[in-house]
Design a protein around this ligand. Structure first.
Ligand SMILES: [Zn+2]
Ligand SMILES: [Zn+2]
Length: 273
């Protein structure tokens, strides 16, 4: 990381003042570009360029925050953007920066994820004897999609029964003999199918909130003020940190959205085995 380059603090201006300012800044920008070229990318001039562009972009609103670092990378920009978009605190943003190592992997995966996440589903050995049985595997796949899309809001899942495991984004193998669901690479081994949404978190790069298995559910490594997360095996929704890493909106934690995947996963747990 380079040295911080803080955004200038300035009052808001009128439309006319901003227009005149933008016109006069064209020369300043050209001069700075020339200086950057002549100095082979001097950080000082790059910073001045960023500050000038920032001032132009925020001319109408002004800026009172002296701590905005214009040298932020993609992760930091995204965290800052999510903070502003969803009204999170400065403390929250700092927490996301401090926990970068935990979330950068998921963040990078989310940015390169395909529009549709194809999940190739199959049974371990024999088909599971569901009670009551699914009308068809299509109905079964539809329920798994509903659970997944209720949790990974904004993502599109396509569960394909006996699908191609090579071209898939992720594979799910249901009906393993012991209650030891796990993820290996992009393949998820399921005893209870309701666990899929937790295991899929690993496929896309989310870590647990706990360090060792007996510590699950204790709310460790949680963003400020939060206690629940699917990756802590508490709740069926992701915390703001996991959501932010995956570009999932933070403003959809309504009672209904909490209950929907919960209800469906209970249904799945009851109807299998
Ligand atoms: Zn896990
Ligand atoms: Zn989380």
């Amino acid at each position: 990381m380079s040295e911080p380059c803080y955004a200038p603090v300035f009052e808001r201006s009128s439309f006319l003042a901003c227009l005149l300012n933008a016109i006069s800044n064209v020369l300043v920008l050209l001069a700075l570009l020339l200086l950057i070229a002549l100095t082979f990318g001097s950080q000082r001039f790059i910073c001045q360029l960023r500050q000038t562009l920032f001032r132009m972009r925020h001319c109408r609103d002004g800026n009172s925050d002296p701590r905005i670092d214009l040298n932020m990378d993609a992760y930091e920009w995204h965290v800052h953007d999510w903070r502003e978009r969803y009204g999170k605190s400065a403390e929250w943003e700092q927490w996301m920066r401090d926990n970068r190592d935990r979330y950068i992997h998921a963040f990078n995966n989310a940015r390169s994820a395909p529009d549709t996440l194809v999940i190739a589903f199959r049974y371990d050995t024999a088909p599971v004897a569901y009670n009551p049985p699914w009308a068809s595997e299509a109905e079964h796949m539809g329920v798994l999609e509903a659970i997944s899309e209720g949790c990974y809001i904004g993502y599109e899942f396509d569960f394909v029964f006996n699908g191609d495991t090579t071209t898939s984004y992720c594979n799910a193998i249901a009906g393993i003999p012991t209650n030891h669901s796990r993820t290996e690479g992009k393949t998820i081994y399921l005893y209870y199918e309701g666990i899929f949404i937790h295991e899929f978190g690993h496929v896309i790069g989310l870590p647990h909130h706990y360090d060792t298995d007996p510590e699950y559910g204790r709310g460790m490594h949680m963003p400020p003020g939060e206690t629940l997360c699917l990756m802590d095996r508490r709740g069926n929704q992701l915390c703001s940190a996991c959501r932010t890493a995956l570009y999932i909106p933070l403003n959809v934690i309504t009672a209904r959205q909490w209950m929907l995947p919960y209800a469906i996963s209970i249904l799945v747990i009851r109807t299998e085995k």
